[in-house]
Design a protein around this ligand. Structure first.
Ligand code: DX5
Ligand code: ZN
Length: 223
């Protein structure tokens, strides 16, 4: 099943409740936590995530672009947060952290920057509910989609199918109605979109357009 997760990074932070209501037709909301260390940008942290969890009924997908998630990620496993994603590059013990997140009732997800290979994650795929393959360098919205990341998705989907596990595969960065089908064909099923949703007057219409783009074309394999 295809899931569309708008990122509020491109929303109006002063009118956030209104902008959350505008994406009510989405499957989840993607919250980009940045610490100005792991990435060269600063957004928001736990108090914002807690408050958003109080006002939205959408499942929350927290994307932690922070140093030392081994210490900080667990506190994001609160009511309303469906999944917590930490970066492979920042984590000392990804398997231990994923197990702790699951024990606290959150789905555990690991993210890979464009320069990070899939090999380590492939070895421990059962430990994760979702893998996020970044299709831009993390830090900023509005960048161009990196199609050269598609082999990572194919490898991950192939291994998950071999193992017979249900693995969500998320892509984040440069997702539009044009690039979404490319990632979907490579095995992605959770699509983060910031500027493609909030950069337009009618976010609900953009979500609909992304869903249409994801619909299997005649003659293609139905996933
Ligand atoms: C970038 C963030 C993304 C960002 C995507 O580091 O992780 O979630 O909001 O923005 P777009 O969809 O505009 O590329
Ligand atoms: Zn993100």
């Amino acid at each position: 099943m295809v899931r569309i997760h708008p990122s509020i990074l491109s929303a109006d932070f002063v009118n956030l409740e209104r902008d959350l209501e505008r994406i009510a037709s989405a499957d989840g909301v993607h919250l980009d936590v940045m610490d100005a260390h792991f990435v060269p940008n600063l957004t928001f942290g736990l108090p914002m995530v807690q408050r958003i969890a109080e006002v939205t009924s959408l499942p929350i997908d927290v994307h932690l672009m922070i140093d030392d998630p081994d210490t900080w990620a667990l506190q994001y496993a609160i009511d309303g947060v469906d999944s917590v994603t930490f970066h492979a590059e920042a984590t000392r013990d990804a398997v231990a952290l994923a197990r702790e997140l699951r024990a606290r009732g959150a789905r555990a997800a690991i993210a890979l920057k464009p320069g990070t290979a899939v090999d380590d994650v492939l070895e421990h795929l059962r430990e994760f509910d979702m893998v996020l393959v970044m299709t831009v360098e993390p830090g900023f919205g509005g960048q161009s989609f990196m199609s050269e990341m598609m082999p990572k998705l194919q490898e991950l989907r192939g291994r998950a199918d071999e193992l017979g596990i249900e693995l969500a595969l998320q892509v984040d960065g440069g997702i539009t109605a044009d690039t979404l089908p490319i990632a979907a064909a490579a095995g992605a099923d959770v699509f983060v979109a910031g500027s493609a949703v909030y950069g337009h007057a009618d976010p609900a219409e953009r979500i609909h357009a992304l869903r249409l783009a994801a619909a299997p074309q005649p003659g293609s394999l139905d996933r």
